[in-house]
Design a protein around this ligand. Structure first.
Ligand code: RB5
Length: 149
């Protein structure tokens, strides 16, 4: 299950990503926002989708705000979440292969819809490589747990 979320800037892109997931045969769940309101707050929706991943209700999340930055930062504050804020295919794919990212955040004001779909497709089909990368991901988890490196 893929969690989707956005603020008002990302509603159209989120709809396009949902359609792409349908085509890929991947189930998805929408964690908002559900209506155009420029006073909405991206941390709310980023948090809800990230929490669904952290709690195991969803496998991954794809988030959209204006830049992808705010909603990505908010998601990464949830324990267990490693969000990548990406506007290119290479970073998105490597964020999965090397960093085991479980959240992808993109900016609707930064990338076009077709680029966002291509980024998401690469990210969704990439696999974590483990090995030496696991050691580094474990270090990130240690930081999250308040340990010193
Ligand atoms: C909303 O105007 C904008 O700040 C938000 O979508 C996002 O870009 C924040 O990081």
């Amino acid at each position: 299950m893929i969690a989707l979320a956005c603020d008002h800037t990302g509603m159209e892109m989120k709809a396009q990503l949902a359609a792409m997931l349908e085509e890929m045969g991947l189930p998805w769940k929408d964690y908002g926002c559900y209506e155009m309101n420029r006073d909405d707050d991206y941390p709310v929706f980023g948090y809800r989708a990230a929490k669904a991943v952290a709690d195991g209700e969803c496998d991954r999340a794809i988030l959209v705000c204006g830049t992808g930055v705010g909603i990505g930062i908010a998601a990464s504050k949830v324990k267990g979440i490693r969000a990548c804020i990406c506007s290119d295919v290479y970073s998105a794919e490597l964020s999965k292969r090397h960093n085991d990212s479980n959240v992808l955040a993109m900016g609707a004001r930064v990338v076009g819809t077709e680029v966002a779909k291509m980024i998401a497709r690469h990210w969704l089909t990439a696999e974590f490589e483990g090995g030496r990368h696991q050691r580094r991901v474990d270090m990130i988890t240690a930081i999250e747990n308040g340990e010193a490196l």
